[in-house]
Design a protein around this ligand. Sequence first.
Ligand code: MLC
Ligand code: AMP
Length: 504
Amino acid sequence: MINPLFDTLFECHCGKDTVFLHLPDGSVLGHGSFLKLVARYANVFSDIGLKPGDRLAIQAEKSPHSLAVYAAAVQSGLIFLPLNTGYTAPELGYFVEDSGARLLICDPSTEAACATIARSAGAALETLSASGSGSLQDRADAVSDQFETVARAADDLAAFLYTSGTTGRSKGAMLTQTNLLSNAQTLVEIWQFSKEDVLFHALPIFHTHGLFVATNVSLLAGCPMIFMPKFDVDQTIEHLPKATTMMGVPTFYTRLLHDPRFDSALVSHVRLFISGSAPLLAETHAQFEARTGHRILERYGMTETNMSTSNPYEGERKPGTVGFPLPDVELKITDAETGETLPDGEIGQIEVRGPNVFKGYWQMPEKTRDELREDGFFITGDLGLIDEQGYVQIVGRIKDLIISGGYNIYPKEIETFLDDQPGVLESAVVGVPHPDFGETVVGFLVIEKDQHVDLNTIETAARDHLARFKHPRKLVVLPELPRNTMGKVQKNVLRADYRTLFTD
Ligand code: MLC
Ligand code: AMP
């Protein structure tokens, strides 16, 4: 194999007239047509002057075309860098600059702002709309639909996925061909995916879950996807009956449970529902089973590690746990102070090692050293235990992180923004329970003496600086922040005091 990821995921279907994507309008896209589009894009990238190892950043709507950009990047030996469509221009600018991207692909609606970003980063710019139109397609129409796949080694980088950090500065997680491929191979096997399956795909394709878990698993199994632009309850109810499997974040499942049309008859054709990216409440697990007869299979992963654990396909899917380490993944619970492995049953930090674990953070050797041990174990920042039956339970996080609807938000980034607002002396940001998103962001502000701050002004400023999903859903002004005797802000006190803000 000259390019293991491309050859295994994409090329094996070449020439076959099998269905690759079912689209919401009822049309289908075959593998052969998809691969021709991929080859055209790869030829365009080559014409632009991109070389293997160059970074290609994309902020575009989910569509067969943006998926083809991913495949074309792999075929060309480029490093694929997908970006959340919600990011604002300043957020986008950081990723393009930091990664040294040579090409930025954006939606035509953001072309002006992206042109400035691309110019300052020295990157080329192309546009791609949800329907596939734009400058990329114009160029693609004029080139060959054949492309000679670029050779890559198993350890070569295939993707950068940015993940926020506790310092507020996002880190580019470097993922190799082997990281992605080994994980997809394991998941296909343990979840028993085959070409008889049809995956309902409503996740975004700029994160591990939608791109590397859902898409790579389907590609490897050779099963078609019902490819939705985003998650929507009505659309899910319309299309799910044709699927055999579905993957989602807990919010997908809680939203479906709120709809009385979602019942066992609707999902009679489905063999497997998988949940991850955020904790699935045991209560949701039970309600889902009562309504549909299905026990959701919960698994655990992260950007740096892909998937690390899963509840069993056959055997007890235990609510409130994320199951067992994957066959090729080692997992241990350690003491955060000493690094010593703790006995089963004790709570400590979760560490994982295996072919799934990334290579490190792009141009951040110190951060890499802090989190990736020399012996290959990655310190996840999650707190957990291994129970008496060997199931892993996640009980909390060491990292100061909020997960809202499956998206990670680092409070430090929001605090930095709030602290910069005129009249704000200091701030603290915490996550509180939310019925739809699981957790949501609340910002606490202390105002400078004799100053007045208009909270609406801060909310307006947030629109320009932070993706919508990161915005505090509530800002609270306090005379002072609660602190311990060492002067450290007691976020646990804020969390406890405002626990029921959205759930009462
Ligand atoms: C959208 N909004 C959110 C949000 N998503 N706010 C908080 N948290 C979120 N997750 C905001 C929008 O900006 C908008 O604001 C409003 O909510 C509605 O926008 P929308 O586009 O209609 O979105 P919505 O349907 O609400 O989206 C919710 C969602 C989506 C759950 C469908 O967030 C989603 O698809 N999440 C999946 C995330 C994911 O794939 N994570 C995997 C990471 S990988 P307004 O002003 O209109 O209210 C990973 C590793 C692993 O974690 O283990 O998998
Ligand atoms: P990300 O950095 O976006 O990849 O998010 C990874 C984080 O999501 C993990 O470190 C966990 O904190 C969390 N996570 C993923 N899956 C689960 C799960 N099933 N249960 C609880 N938390 C999860």
